[in-house]
Design a protein. Structure first.
Lengths: 898, 466
């Protein structure tokens, strides 16, 4: 068609007269308001932004180049007046197989957007000048522009956003609540009414107490307390306040809330990757979090300490411990990695994790290009990264606080020492043997004919590596903390264990450049940036903007203060939303780590704002916030709705709180509850990580690390050490406890905003067959028989402890019948006591030969290992009852809260 | 088509998966035992391959000593090698020397593909294989490089290729999980994250069948408990759960969980049957090298892989290793090659004879290649090789790949890929493409963006496709 050859002058002529006219055609309006921004967002990356690399020779920068088409379609790309036939429309509407544009499914245009293209072409595909576009946009534009630092592209800078998607950046909008109303109920009930929903009635006292107990402490309620509560609750619901206060003064409250926060922070006791070295002092950060919740530390202070505790007051050990947050991600520097790259890896990690944890912004989305959906330019990403460019790792001296537990220091050191000395002895033996046998390698092939057993050579390397690993562990009991300082960057070649803090942090090293890395490539330096926060939050939130210090200044402190600034629109909303999600299983805003346009919009924005404001006015107190939320009727509602049909119709997403959403206990709660019910739980708070029993096949399975095979996982020798709350179980990135993993405990690599709970058969296998569960069931049976005599009271006691209620007559008889039957079969058995060997033969592959070799590993723990109660310790009646106890642990009711 | 399903839909699907099949617990499928959901979401375009066997040579096999001969190294043997640059790491520092390959090379098949002399069996299949010498990765460390090849993300935590594929295509046989892993007794560096479901629902996690001990953890009741006793326990469980559920009929996760117990009980019966290779003929077992100490371990994996895909498993990954031969490459690589040579040849023959190779994609690779040079160890140049992310050989067979071709090339010493060079992400795009999936369409929304295997998109390597 002729249009391919339209001369430029004709085009100019067509457009010129309208520059000055106020008459705006529909086509022009479409172009200025819709098409141009759409092209910029969806097409120009491949078809114009980089003139050297235009794909398929299709250049969308001007009307002329657009109309002349590209390599595949020429004049059929845009046929002015014939939108539906034009390939620009057909491809973007995905009507042509294999030529869908944009190619990524995630980028595909909405129907409406494709219609804009069609209609614009129907209108003759007018292309007004820049000036005229600006004029039209000024006059007619919808959506909002957002003032941000500065984008990489002009078009992005002028981008418009759907107003409703900017909710998180706007100042809080606080409605006043009538005096006689509970604020939570006032907001929630209003929405119920709007959606034509009746609220469910109150949960029963027993259900509610169980909900409260798990919700605040992660542990099942004490049956005696539960009965008291139920009785008083029948008279008045006010009693709830008394009991929730009581639960919040229990140290287990802090443990449970710490577990929530550590999911966000990705807590682990090891560094991950090739070596998975121990982070021997990470546990002090874990306990710091427990303490902070128990002491109800104002949350703004909690944030500041984690981001900049050292810059606030390095003399306070607590402040140094808190900064462990910044180093929680997986990280290692081996002799084989390039420091510049691993350093950058951490900078990216910390920028993203601070963004997600405190601001609900996945910063990574803006690392390589301006954010696709949110008003976060790449400049903001690097501004926030620049805050950390003078942050350095150190294992800093921090004396133990009187509140920190030093329990088990000696026995831990003793076991590690004996492991070390067993390796040393083996090493000496090996060296002697090798010196004896070693001969000169001859011949040109050098195939390894050095007289040595290749297994011995592999062992030497394995021993060498494990000695390093265990020596690092010894630092666990030292007054050190996994922390940071501010100073110049020092190049590290191979980081193994303790990093000391230099005497003068500004002497040695270099300043990381504060620049934008083009396309996220650390070898491609772009514009310089200054440290800063999110510019959209500043502009839309009306924050008072103060420049952050640069050079040797306290950059992190500035960021911390910026985060907790009373005017920061994000922070309080983010935290309040988290606490809400911890109680209700879903956030008011559905993605607690993502308040951007791609996150779920808040279901109750007015409630969220009210709570955020209330929270700040109440000293950022999480306990007070809990009190407010838990005293609402909304929290008290039964999980069963009187009219399920109406619920299905009017609340298909389960977001209006007409009933309480039932939830499955999380992995840690399931294990802790079994221990609590069996009476084995050691409730001690804090201290160095413990090593519970885990699946023994996994514990003994060789685990490859750089240079060899890691030592066997050895549980702690004593039951009271092993049977602590799961929070205290050593969390190794490279060796997960399969029990916890089966019940959806998240890995420690990514921040977890909310636990998932899937139902898969391996969970059933685990709860039925795992030795750890069998052990709990036996201990539970033993406890019951020690506490009660008569069969029916034994079973009643079991129900009270495990389920918080009494058994019905049917349940009682079914359990007793099974008990009797199982006792009869158990009588025919003679369980042998389990035996443990203090050494084990292991088989792994020798690197030098590609063939397997065996070696013996000494397991010092098993010289003094005391198993939990065993079948051989008790009579057939107890073992019979253990079958019933096992069934109880497997009940839906045990794992699901009403 | 984006595959993400909101939770609500997922719940319904699960209920359907558990109750909607042919009704009644007795007929429930094995897949549901391991995976709550069994979606069959379908191809984006016609598939050349319907299933995949991924032979993972963990540790990084040397291309120079397997499939990419470098005669130029013979002349430079033990001459000094210099490397510099900003990206230098400790591995490339110190005194380094060129090391020639200890192996002779031969040309095999009509296509004349290169094989080092240790490949006695696999060379017969040269005309069925498509060698690719252009792939590059980014990481020089094992776990990050393994994560990169397995999940597209160097730093782990993302779904493995097999998880993406089963997410996209579901399983071919509802009686089996879609993604099965056959690991070595010792898991690779980086552990089970190498076959993780990442941010995809737990249902897409690779199910490892462990070579020793219990193939699936806690598959059987502990010592002393009989199946009859377990049945009695389950009966009591069902009775008590039934009452609880009758008061909460709207909570379908409760009923799903109840069924999962019955499924688990059946699994205890069925899994051993799947693993039992005794039913195979003596000839087959011999062909795979089962019974011979050198080849037994990988032979079993290869035979099991064939059995699994034959039964409809979508994606099987089998691990061999450890190919990390920093020293004594002749001895180490020699024995490693021998340990996989016969089993893989048997697998290819078996697949061909059964008409399966055509639509089964076989992928062989490690996490990176190896260097043409080595450092000083033990007082002299040790005849091994370090890690090399810039050059490697991978090969494909079946599944619509270009059989009998060698695509791409490395430089004359094998230090870097120089022809048809592609990042691993392009290999991932190609891999999905062969299976009828489009990397750009196979996305899942997580942490603020639509994530995909290639991370941010890549290119299909047309040269590899027949």
């Amino acid at each position: 068609m002729f249009r391919r050859f339209v001369p430029a002058s004709a085009l100019l002529f067509a457009v010129l007269p309208s520059v000055f006219s106020l008459e705006v055609s529909d086509g022009e309006k479409l172009f200025a308001l819709r098409i141009k921004p759409l092209f910029a967002q969806k097409c120009m990356a491949c078809h114009g932004n980089e003139p050297e690399e235009i794909k398929s020779e299709f250049d969308m920068r001007t009307r002329q180049s657009l109309i002349s088409g590209g390599e595949i379609f020429e004049d059929e790309v845009v046929i002015p007046g014939k939108g539906a036939m034009s390939y620009l429309y057909r491809l973007s509407a995905r009507l042509e197989e294999d030529l869908e544009m944009p190619p990524k499914e995630a980028d595909k245009l909405t129907k409406e957007q494709t219609w804009w293209i069609r209609d614009w072409i129907n209108e003759g595909a007018p292309w007004p000048s820049e000036e005229r576009v600006a004029l039209i946009q000024k006059k007619y534009a919808e959506g909002e522009q957002v003032l941000t630092s500065r984008a990489l592209t002009e078009d992005w800078q002028k981008r418009r956003y759907e107003s409703k998607k900017l909710w998180a950046y706007r100042p809080l909008s606080v409605e006043s609540v009538p005096k006689d109303q509970h604020p939570v109920d006032w907001f929630v009930n209003r929405r119920l009414k709007e959606n034509g929903l009746e609220p469910a009635s109150s949960a029963s006292g027993g259900e509610l107490f169980r909900r409260l107990s798990f919700g605040l402490t992660g542990l099942p309620p004490d049956p005696a307390e539960a009965i008291k509560f139920e009785r008083q609750f029948e008279k008045s619901s006010d009693v709830l306040l008394t009991y929730l206060e009581k639960l919040m003064t229990s140290p287990h409250y802090g443990e449970h809330f710490a577990r929530h926060w550590l999911d966000v922070a990705r807590y682990a006791d090891s560094a991950g990757f090739a070596n998975d070295y121990s982070r021997p002092n990470a546990w002090r950060y874990r306990d710091y979090v427990v303490r902070s919740f128990n002491d109800d530390k104002p949350f703004d202070q909690f944030v500041k300490e984690q981001v900049a505790g050292d810059e606030m007051d390095p003399q306070n050990p607590e402040n140094l411990v808190a900064t462990g947050f910044l180093r929680m991600g997986p990280w290692e520097q081996t002799g084989m990695s390039v420091f510049k790259e691993t350093r950058q890896l951490w900078l990216d990690d910390v920028t993203d994790s601070v963004g997600q944890a405190f601001l609900a912004h996945a910063m990574q989305c803006a690392k390589c290009h301006d954010h696709k959906f949110d008003p976060v330019p790449t400049r903001d990403y690097y501004a926030m990264m620049a805050v950390f460019s003078t942050t350095q790792f150190a294992d800093r001296k921090a004396s133990f606080l009187s509140t920190e537990s030093k329990r088990g220091f000696d026995s831990f050191t003793e076991i590690v020492q004996s492991k070390i000395s067993s390796y040393q002895q083996e090493d000496v033996r090996l060296k002697e043997k090798m010196n004896r046998l070693k001969k000169e390698e001859t011949g040109s092939a050098k195939v390894g004919d050095n007289g040595l057993d290749p297994g011995d050579e592999a062992s030497q390397s394995r021993i060498f590596k494990n000695l390093i690993r265990h020596r690092i562990e010894l630092d666990r009991v030292e007054p050190l903390t996994h922390a940071v300082y501010t100073g110049k960057t020092i190049t590290r070649r191979n980081v193994q264990g303790r990093l000391d803090m230099p005497e003068n942090p500004w002497q040695k090293g270099y300043f990381d450049p504060d620049v934008i890395y083009t396309a996220g490539d650390v070898y491609s330096e772009g514009d310089a940036v200054a440290p800063g926060g999110l510019s959209a939050a500043e502009s839309l939130g009306n924050m008072k903007v103060r420049p952050f210090p640069q050079g040797k200044g306290k950059r992190r402190l500035a960021l911390a203060e910026w985060i907790v600034d009373g005017k920061n629109p994000l922070t309080a909303r983010v935290l309040v939303n988290r606490v809400w999600s911890w109680h209700f299983g879903r956030g008011i805003a559905g993605n607690p780590n993502n308040f951007g346009g791609t996150g779920e919009l808040p279901t109750h924005p007015a409630l969220l704002d009210y709570l955020a404001d209330w929270f700040m006015k109440n000293g950022w107190s999480v306990k007070k916030l809990n009190r407010l939320i838990l005293t609402s009727e909304t929290y008290r509602r039964s999980s069963r709705h009187p009219n399920p049909k109406s619920l299905d119709e009017n609340d298909p997403k389960g977001q209006w709180y007409a009933r309480f959403l039932p939830r499955r206990l999380v992995a840690e709660e399931i294990r802790d509850a079994m221990l609590a019910v069996s009476g084995e739980l050691n409730p001690a708070v804090g201290g160095i990580p413990v090593r519970p029993d885990i699946n023994s096949e996994v514990a003994l399975q060789p685990r490859q690390i750089m240079g060899g095979t890691a030592s066997v996982y050895e549980p702690d020798p004593l039951p009271e050490q092993r049977n602590r709350r799961t929070l205290y179980a050593e969390k190794l990135r490279g060796l997960r406890d399969p029990f916890l993993e089966a019940f959806n405990q998240p890995g420690s690599d990514l921040s977890c905003e909310l636990r998932q709970s899937s139902t898969v058969a391996p969970q059933a296998l685990t709860l039925l067959n795992a030795e750890e569960v069998q052990d709990r069931a036996l201990a539970f049976a033993d406890r019951l028989l020690k506490e009660r005599k008569k069969e029916s009271t034994v079973i009643q006691r079991a129900f009270a402890l495990a389920l918080g209620r009494s058994a019905s007559a049917d349940e009682l008889s079914a359990c007793i019948e099974r008990w009797k039957q199982a006792t009869a079969t158990e009588k025919e058995k003679e369980p042998a006591p389990k035996t443990y060997s203090p050494k084990i033969k292991r088989t792994v592959m020798a690197e030098k030969t590609g063939e397997p070799y065996d070696f013996w590993e000494v397991l010092p723990v098993f010289e003094s290992y005391q198993p939990d109660l065993q079948g051989s310790d008790v009579d057939a009646r107890t073992r019979g009852l253990a079958h019933v106890c096992l069934v109880i642990f497997n009940l839906n009711e045990f794992s699901y809260l009403d | 088509m984006s595959h993400q399903k909101p939770n609500q839909v997922a719940r319904l699907t699960r209920r359907e998966a558990l109750y909607g099949l042919s009704g009644g617990i007795g007929s429930l499928a094995f897949a549901s035992m391991l995976q709550a959901e069994v979606p069959k979401l379908g191809n984006h375009h016609p598939a050349k391959a319907n299933r995949c066997i991924f032979l993972m040579m963990e540790g990084g096999p040397s291309h120079i000593d397997t499939f990419d001969p470098k005669p130029a190294l013979a002349q430079r043997h033990l001459q000094k090698f210099n490397r510099s640059g900003e990206r230098e790491s400790a591995m490339s520092s110190g005194e380094r020397y060129f090391v020639r390959s200890p192996f002779d090379f031969l040309k095999a098949g009509k296509c004349g593909a290169d094989f080092s002399s240790e490949w006695h069996h696999l060379k017969d299949f040269a005309d069925d294989m498509c060698f690719y010498r252009g792939c590059q990765v980014e990481s020089v460390n094992h776990p990050t490089a393994c994560y990169h090849v397995n999940t597209g993300n160097r730093f782990g935590g993302d779904p493995a290729v097999g998880a993406w594929v089963t997410y996209g295509l579901g399983t071919l046989n509802e009686n089996l999980p879609g993604f099965v892993v056959l690991p070595r007794t010792s898991y690779p560096q980086g552990g089970a994250n190498n076959w993780s479901n990442g941010f995809l629902p737990a249902d897409y996690q690779g199910t490892p069948l462990r070579p020793e001990g219990s193939p699936i953890l806690d598959l059987n009741p502990p010592n002393g408990m009989t199946r009859k006793e377990q049945r009695s326990n389950l009966d009591l469980l069902a009775k008590l759960n039934g009452k609880h559920f009758s008061e909460r009929p709207e909570q379908d996760d409760l009923s799903a969980r109840m069924s999962s117990y019955e499924l688990a009980y059946r699994m205890q019966m069925e899994v051993p049957g799947i693993l039992d290779i005794e039913g195979e003929t003596e000839k087959t077992r011999e062909a795979y090298g089962i019974g011979d100490g050198k080849t037994d371990s990988f032979g079993r994996k290869c035979l099991l892989a064939r059995r699994l895909i034959e039964k409809g498993v979508r994606f099987v990954q089998a691990y061999s290793g450890n190919w990390d031969s920093h020293d004594y490459i002749e001895r180490a690589h020699g024995s490693l090659i021998r340990s996989v040579d016969k089993p893989i040849a048997a697998l290819l023959r078996d697949l061909k004879e059964r008409g399966l190779l055509e639509d089964t994609l076989v992928v062989w690779c490690g996490e990176f290649g190896r260097t043409p040079d080595n450092g000083i160890r033990g007082g002299g140049a040790s005849y091994g090789r370090d890690h090399n992310p810039k050059a490697m050989t991978m090969w494909f067979a079946g599944g619509g790949t270009k059989a009998g071709h060698t695509i791409g090339a490395t430089d004359e010493i094998g230090a870097e890929a120089v022809d048809c060079v592609h990042h691993i992400r392009d290999v991932h795009c190609t891999w999905l493409n062969l299976l009828g999936l489009d990397d750009n369409k196979l996305t899942y929304f997580h942490a603020g963006r639509h994530k995909q295997l290639s991370q941010f998109g890549g290119e299909v390597i047309g040269d590899l496709i027949a």
